[in-house]
Design a protein around this ligand. Structure first.
Ligand code: EPS
Length: 387
């Protein structure tokens, strides 16, 4: 239904995203997209690059007078750093400079597998595209996805659950409360004590030339039941979320709802019992351990996803490596990087969830315009209500 491509190297002129499958008539607020672009740049532990960039989205196609046309939407994010890299990242053969070749792959990054696979003699040919800079394009795409969901009351919110093993205490707070407090936090958490300890841990890590990973959470609320399907593997909503979230740079694990904890409990302590409210004539649940999906379909309860990110693989005190040219023992190359990018990862995961949900939403209620989709959506809700 909805599909996108991103293009662009970290230190190339720009990132480009093309989103195809957007129906007509949806309001696009560029300022709202740019607010997310700014949120992605924030967070304690970010490195020098974020001082150079001022990520903003320019819409080059598919939107006229603030509304989608139904045609592909092109989003461009300029790399301000490009002016420092024009020669080093030039497309012209005469600019080739062997003295800047990177030959020491960083353990954990795409460097070694990438040069072996693509037969490159310069690790930079891999690392530029493998860089998490690409996530700026995904946040831009997510901004449009949120605009597709907004008229139907679907909201997607992300925050940080833990960094470097220090876990936020978010007990007793709902998604809206956690999100509101996390937006004011340098580590995107609603727990001032954990925040203090994490900031100290990031400072400590920085002095040791090390990095920290963490876990982010995303909640999507306002979903109708029945997005995705049980009938085929590639139509399952949780499978699609897993694929999209694990495609994020440094992502190592995805959980939906109770996730891995379900494996440790008996069924009676996992499954969300079903009740019927005679007054509203609705099926209800008292728990949401399933995290909003059952059988690969949205249940109507909030969708809750958790994503684990490993620590960034550029270490200022680099790990053991081997020079790919000389085969001599060495240390991994040092590139400018962040000590911790987990607060940004929460914004990025939020954008990815928004895309997957918008795609499943259009698949279910598909049409060429907002008017047509609204009719399908309202008709379906009526049908569910009268079941
Ligand atoms: C990033 C831009 C990159 C890194 C980071 C994310 O810019 P630079 O390499 O010029 O510092 O800060 O990427 C990585 C940590 C990585 O390993 O690729 C961004 O825009 O988010």
């Amino acid at each position: 239904m909805l599909r996108f491509l991103t293009a662009g190297e970290s230190h190339g002129p720009c990132l480009t995203a093309i989103l195809e499958g957007c129906p007509a008539g949806f309001a696009i607020d560029v300022d709202a997209i740019n607010a997310d672009m700014r949120r992605r740049m924030l967070g304690y532990g970010r490195g020098g690059r974020m001082k150079i960039e001022q990520d903003t989205v320019e819409i080059r196609s598919g939107v006229r007078f603030g509304e989608t046309l139904g045609s592909p939407i092109t989003l461009v994010v300029e790399n301000r750093d490009w002016r420092n890299w024009e020669k080093k990242m030039s497309a012209r053969p005469e600019d080739r400079d062997p003295s800047i070749t990177v030959t020491r792959p960083r353990p954990g990054h795409a460097d070694l597998a990438g040069v072996l696979k693509y037969q490159h003699d310069d690790v930079r040919n891999v690392l530029e595209r493998a860089s998490a800079r690409e996530t700026a394009a995904r946040v831009a795409i997510g901004g449009v996805a949120k605009a597709l969901l907004r008229p139907f009351g679907v909201a997607v919110r992300g925050w940080v659950a833990e960094i470097g093993g220090i876990v936020a205490d978010h007990a007793g707070k709902d998604a809206e409360e956690i999100f509101a407090a996390a937006e004011r936090s340098e580590v995107r958490m609603a727990d001032a004590d954990a925040e203090r300890r994490i900031i100290a841990a990031i400072d400590h890590c920085k002095t040791r030339g090390d990095t920290l990973g963490g876990i982010v959470e995303v909640a999507a609320t306002g979903l109708p039941p029945g997005l995705g399907s049980h009938v085929h593997w590639d139509r399952k909503l949780d499978g699609r979320l897993g694929h999209a979230l694990l495609s994020l740079q440094a992502a190592k694990g995805v959980e939906i709802g109770l996730g891995f904890e379900t494996a440790r409990r008996p069924g009676s302590a996992v499954h969300d019992e079903i009740y019927f409210d005679e007054r509203t004539r609705e099926f209800t649940r008292r728990t949401n351990n399933a995290g909003g999906t059952e059988g690969g379909m949205s249940s109507g309860a909030p969708l809750l996803a958790r994503v684990a990110f490993k620590p960034l693989s550029t270490l200022m005190k680099p790990l053991h490596s081997v020079d790919v040219r000389s085969k001599e023992e060495s240390k991994g190359a040092i590139e400018r990087s962040d000590v911790c990018a987990i607060p940004a990862a929460a914004v990025i995961a939020e954008a990815v969830v928004a895309f997957v949900v918008a795609d499943a939403f259009l698949e279910k209620f598909g049409g060429d315009s907002l008017v047509e989709i609204r009719r399908n959506y309202e008709g379906y809700l009526e049908q569910v209500k009268n079941y």
